[in-house]
Design a protein around this ligand. Structure first.
Ligand code: ADP
Ligand code: ZN
Ligand code: ZN
Length: 809
C-alpha cells in the first residue's frame, strides 16, 4: 500500500499543509515528525511530516525527495502543540514549526548556477552589463550558489538576469538544500590500552633524549591513573607532552587515540556542589501535596501565588524530581537565564549532569547539541526562556513557568505567542503537570484561578523563615522640590544610602524607564498633561519635541510652557538615564563603588554574569539599573532599594500599563532584605496618591488586584473581554491610514453579518510608537468574548495579528 505524507512545508508565510507520496526507498522509514525535503513549485524545500494519511487531499501528488534526519525532529506532542498554537494565535503553521526546530537545521533552499558547457555559441550574443558581470564571475569562479552570487551583487537584482540566461541555455541551474550548518563537535581523547604492568615495563624505552623520555613517561603515568577516555588537552596540561608524543605512544600500542563526539555543554564551566534538600515549610508542604496528587490524575494547571522569597523554586524542584522518578522530563521556564543564575545553580546542584540550558546567547552548535540531548532523553530538566518550551523531550511530565507575569514570555514578533498560554495547552495535550509561579500573577490568571476556570490557586503568603518583606517609604518629590531640593535624589534616599554604605552593605538604584517617549508633568504640583477627549496622558517624542500627542484618539497640542494648575514654569518632559544617575551618585558619594547595568552595558555574551558576579562578590556598593533588576535576583547583602522615579510607567496609554508598573515596583522592592540583615525601600514619586504606588508600597497585591479588576470591568478589558490587535505598517503614512480604515470597514461588516453584538472595534488609531524605523504604524483593537474567531480564516494579508496582546502601545 502506498502511503501519503501530510507535510508542513518550510516556507514561513504558508498556512496550509500539503500531501506528498513516499518513494519506494522511503516507504516504512518515515513517520510523523520526520524532516524531509520536497519539491515545492520549482524549488526544493524542507518540510516536516505531520501525519501519514491513506488518501491524499489532492488527485496528483509529488514524491518526497529525501529524509534529512533519521530521527523525528518533532515529537507527537509537539505536533499537537503546533496545531494548537497556529489555531489559537492565528499564526501560520509553518512559522510555528519553524520556531520548534533548532537554528541551522532549518535551511532555506538555494540554487547553484553553472555556465552550460554545451551552450550555443555565445560570442555572437549582445550581453547587458549585468549579464556580462554574472558570466565573468561564473567563468572565474566556476559553479556558485545564489547566496555566494549575492555577495558579489550588492543591491543589483541579478536573479532575473540569471533566469534569462538559463532560458537561453547559457547557464544551467539546479535547486538544492544546503546541509545543516551545525555539526556535532569532536574532541580527541586518549586512553591506556594495555595493563599497567605492560605500560610500566615499556617506560624506559619511550624516547631517546631525556626531555622526550620524561614527557612521554609523564603522559603514560597520567593515563595509567585515568580509567576512561580523557580529553588530550588534559594530558598535555598534566605532562607537557604534545600530540606527536601521544601518537608515538599509540604507535607502540600502549594507548589508543580516538575522536569522541562531545556535547558542547555551556554549563561545563560551572562546578555544582551537591546540596541537601530542605524540609518543606508548612505552606510549601500544603502546596506540594496538591501538586503531587495531580501527577497521578491529570488536573488543571496551578497558579502558585507566593511572595518573593517564599520558596516557589523549591516546589518546582520537587515537581521536577517527581517527573523524573516517573521516567519523564521537566521544563523550567525562566524570564532570562542570565538574570536567574541562582535558580539555575540550584537546579544544577539538585540534578547534576541532567540539566540542559537553553539560552538566547548560546552558539548555534551549543543549542543544537542541547536540542539533540533533549531529543534522546539524556537531559531530564531543561531550563530556559520561552523558546525552551519547544525542547523535543520525549515525555514531558512537568512544566514550571517561573515569574509567569514576566513580559519576556510573550513573543512580540510574528509568530506572536504567549509561552504561558502555550505551556498550559502543552501540558494538557501531554497530560503533564503545570505550575505557573509569581509574586504578582497576571490579573487575568489570578481571576481565572479564583473562579476555578482553567487554573487552581496555591498560595505561599510568607517569606521563608518568616523574613519580613522590606518596609517601603514613599517620598513625595513635589515636597522635596518645594523645600528647595532640585536634585534627582530625595533627602530620605540620600540619608538611607549613606547609612547603608557606612554599614558596608549594598544598595540598588532602580530606574523605571521604557522606550524613548516621555510624558509631561509639573515638577511643582505633579500635574500630568492629559488628553481632553479621553484622559490619556499626552506624550512627547524625541523627533518632535514641540508637539504633545494622544495615542488613543490622535489629539495633538503644542508643548505647555506653564502648568495650567499652579502656573509653575517647571513643567517638563521626564526622562532619566542610568548614566546621569551614576554621575550624580559619584559626585555625592565619591568613595562608593558604582556599577551600571542596562542594555548599553550588557551587549557582550557574558556581561550579565560578569556584572552580577561582581556585585555579588561585593566589588561594588551600588548597582544602578533598569528593568532587569526586577527579575528574581537573590542578593543577600542588598539592604536598600532606591526607586529613583516610580512614575514613568503609570502614564502610558495602555490598559495593561498599571499592571506592569505594579509588578515592576513590587518585584524590585522584593530584591531588598532577602537575608537576615533586613532591608528597606525608598520609592520616589510625583504621584504618591496613585493607587499603584500606594498598593505596591504596601506589597498589597490583593488591594491592587481588586481595584484594577474594577477598572478593567468598567472599560471592558481582559479578563472581562478578550482582545485581538491588528497592526499595519507602511513606509507611506497615508497608505497605512487608508489600509487601516478599509480594514475597519471590513471588520464592521463581518460583525454585522455574523451578528456579533458583543464585539466592538477600537480604532483605527496610530500606535503609541506611531513611527518606528521609518515605518508608520496603525492599529485596530477588537474587543469581545471571542474576537479571534471573528478574524480566523479571514484574509489578513499584510497585517500583524495578535491574539491576547500584552500591550497596546
Ligand atoms: P522564591 O522562588 O519564591 O523567590 P526561593 O525558592 O528562591 O523563593 O526561596 C528563597 C530562599 O529560601 C532560598 O534561598 C531557598 O534556598 C530558601 N528555602 C526555600 N525553601 C526552603 C525550606 N523549606 N527550608 C529552608 N530554606 C528554604
Ligand atoms: Zn485622546
Ligand atoms: Zn503645576
Amino acid at each position: 500500500m502506498i502511503s501519503f505524507a501530510r507535510i508542513s512545508v518550510n516556507v514561513p508565510t504558508l498556512t496550509g499543509v500539503f500531501d506528498y507520496h513516499l518513494p519506494p526507498n522511503l516507504e516504512g522509514k518515515i513517520s510523523a515528525g520526520h524532516l524531509v525535503t520536497v519539491p515545492f513549485g520549482r524549488q526544493t524545500v524542507q518540510g516536516v511530516i505531520l501525519e501519514l494519511v491513506p488518501i491524499p487531499a489532492v488527485a496528483e501528488t509529488k514524491a518526497v525527495i529525501s529524509l534529512l534526519d533519521p530521527l523525528p525532529v518533532l515529537t507527537a506532542a509537539q505536533i499537537k502543540l503546533a496545531y494548537w498554537m497556529a489555531d489559537h494565535f492565528l499564526a501560520p503553521l509553518a512559522a510555528v514549526i519553524g520556531m520548534m526546530l533548532p537554528v541551522g537545521l532549518s535551511q532555506q533552499a538555494d540554487v547553484r548556477y553553472t555556465i552550460n558547457v554545451q551552450r550555443p555559441a555565445i560570442d555572437s550574443h549582445q550581453f547587458s552589463a549585468t549579464q556580462s558581470r554574472l558570466l565573468n564571475l561564473l567563468k572565474e569562479k566556476g559553479t556558485l550558489r545564489g547566496r555566494q552570487i549575492d555577495r558579489h551583487f550588492k543591491n543589483v537584482d541579478w536573479h532575473r538576469t540569471a533566469q534569462y540566461l538559463v532560458r537561453d541555455g547559457i547557464l544551467t541551474s539546479q535547486s538544492f538544500l544546503p546541509a545543516p550548518s551545525v555539526r556535532p563537535k569532536f574532541v580527541r581523547t586518549a586512553q591506556l590500552s594495555v595493563s599497567p604492568e605492560v605500560a610500566e615495563a615499556a617506560m624506559p624505552s619511550l624516547g631517546k633524549t631525556a626531555d622526550t623520555l620524561k614527557r612521554r613517561q609523564d603522559a603514560l603515568r597520567f593515563l595509567m591513573r585515568e580509567p576512561s577516555d580523557v580529553n588530550v588537552s588534559w594530558v598535555y596540561a598534566e605532562s607537557g607532552c604534545s600530540l606527536a608524543d601521544l601518537q608515538e605512544l599509540a604507535e607502540k600500542e600502549l594507548i589508543v587515540l580516538r575522536e569522541t563526539e562531545i556535547w558542547r555543554d555551556p554549563l561545563l564551566k560551572l562546578d555544582p556542589a551537591a546540596t541537601i534538600e530542605p524540609a518543606l515549610t508548612m505552606d510549601q508542604d500544603k502546596a506540594w501535596k496538591q501538586i503531587a496528587v495531580s501527577f497521578q490524575e491529570p488536573a488543571q494547571p496551578f497558579l502558585l501565588h507566593g511572595v518573593t522569597g517564599s520558596g516557589k523554586t523549591e516546589i518546582y524542584i520537587r515537581a521536577a524530581q517527581e517527573a523524573i522518578r516517573r521516567g519523564k522530563q521537566a521544563i523550567i521556564l525562566v524570564p532570562e537565564i542570565a538574570l536567574t543564575p541562582q535558580t539555575v545553580h540550584r537546579f544544577l546542584e539538585r540534578f547534576p549532569g541532567q540539566v540542559g540550558l537553553v539560552h538566547s546567547k548560546l552558539s548555534d552548535g551549543e543549542r543544537y547539541d542541547t536540542w539533540r540531548r533533549a531529543r534522546l532523553g539524556q537531559l531530564k530538566v531543561i531550563i530556559g526562556p520561552r523558546s525552551a518550551l519547544f525542547s523535543p523531550l520525549p515525555d514531558v511530565g512537568f512544566i514550571a513557568v517561573d515569574e509567569c507575569h514576566d513580559g519576556s514570555y510573550y513573543q512580540p514578533e510574528p509568530p506572536f505567542y504567549s509561552a504561558v498560554s502555550a505551556a498550559m495547552a502543552y501540558t494538557s495535550l501531554c497530560g503533564a503537570v503545570c505550575v505557573l509561579g509569581s509574586a504578582t500573577p497576571p490579573i487575568v490568571l489570578r481571576q481565572q484561578a479564583e473562579t476555578g476556570e482553567n487554573l487552581r490557586l496555591l498560595e505561599l503568603p510568607e517569606r521563608i523563615a518568616r523574613r519580613k518583606l522590606p518596609s517601603v517609604r514613599v517620598v513625595d518629590m513635589r515636597a522635596e522640590l518645594k523645600s528647595g531640593n532640585l536634585g534627582i535624589f530625595s533627602r530620605p534616599l540620600l540619608d538611607t544610602l549613606d547609612d547603608v554604605l557606612k554599614r558596608g552593605q549594598q544598595a540598588i538604584l532602580f530606574l523605571n524607564r521604557r522606550g524613548t517617549a516621555t510624558y509631561i508633568f509639573c515638577r511643582e504640583c505633579g500635574y500630568v498633561a492629559r488628553c481632553p477627549n479621553c484622559d490619556t496622558p499626552l506624550t512627547q517624542h524625541m523627533e518632535s519635541a514641540s508637539v504633545l500627542t494622544c495615542h488613543r484618539c490622535g489629539y495633538q497640542r503644542r508643548m505647555l510652557v506653564k502648568c495650567p494648575e499652579c502656573h509653575s514654569p517647571h513643567i517638563r518632559a521626564y526622562g532619566l538615564g542610568s548614566e546621569k544617575v551614576e554621575t550624580e551618585i559619584q559626585t555625592l558619594f565619591p568613595s562608593a563603588r558604582t556599577l551600571r547595568w542596562d542594555w548599553d552595558t550588557t551587549r557582550h555574551k557574558d556581561s550579565h554574569e560578569i556584572i552580577l558576579s561582581h556585585f555579588v562578590a561585593h566589588r561594588a556598593d551600588i548597582l544602578i539599573g533598569t528593568q532587569m533588576l526586577a527579575k528574581g535576583l537573590d542578593l543577600p547583602l542588598v539592604t536598600l532599594v532606591g526607586i529613583v522615579l516610580a512614575d514613568v510607567g503609570l502614564t502610558f496609554p495602555d490598559p495593561f500599563a498599571a499592571e506592569r508598573t505594579f509588578d515592576l515596583l513590587t518585584q524590585v522592592s522584593g530584591r531588598a532584605g532577602r537575608s537576615s540583615l533586613g532591608g528597606q525601600v525608598v520609592m520616589q514619586t510625583f504621584q504618591p496618591e496613585s493607587y499603584i504606588i500606594q498598593t505596591a508600597s504596601r506589597h498589597d497585591y490583593s488591594a491592587f488586584y481588586n481595584r484594577e479588576l474594577n477598572e478593567r470591568r468598567k472599560l471592558g478589558y481582559p479578563p472581562f473581554n478578550r482582545l485581538v490587535r491588528l497592526e499595519i505598517r507602511d513606509q507611506d503614512a497615508s497608505r497605512a491610514e487608508a489600509g487601516a480604515r478599509a480594514m475597519v470597514a471590513k471588520i464592521t461588516n463581518w460583525i454585522e453579518v455574523e451578528g456579533r453584538r458583543e464585539t466592538t472595534v477600537i480604532g483605527p488609531v496610530p500606535c503609541f510608537y506611531a513611527k518606528m524605523g521609518g515605518v508608520y504604524r496603525w492599529q485596530i483593537i477588537l474587543r469581545g468574548p471571542e474576537p479571534a474567531s471573528l478574524v480566523r480564516d479571514k484574509n489578513l494579508a499584510g497585517w500583524r495579528v495578535e491574539v491576547d496582546p500584552v500591550s497596546l502601545l
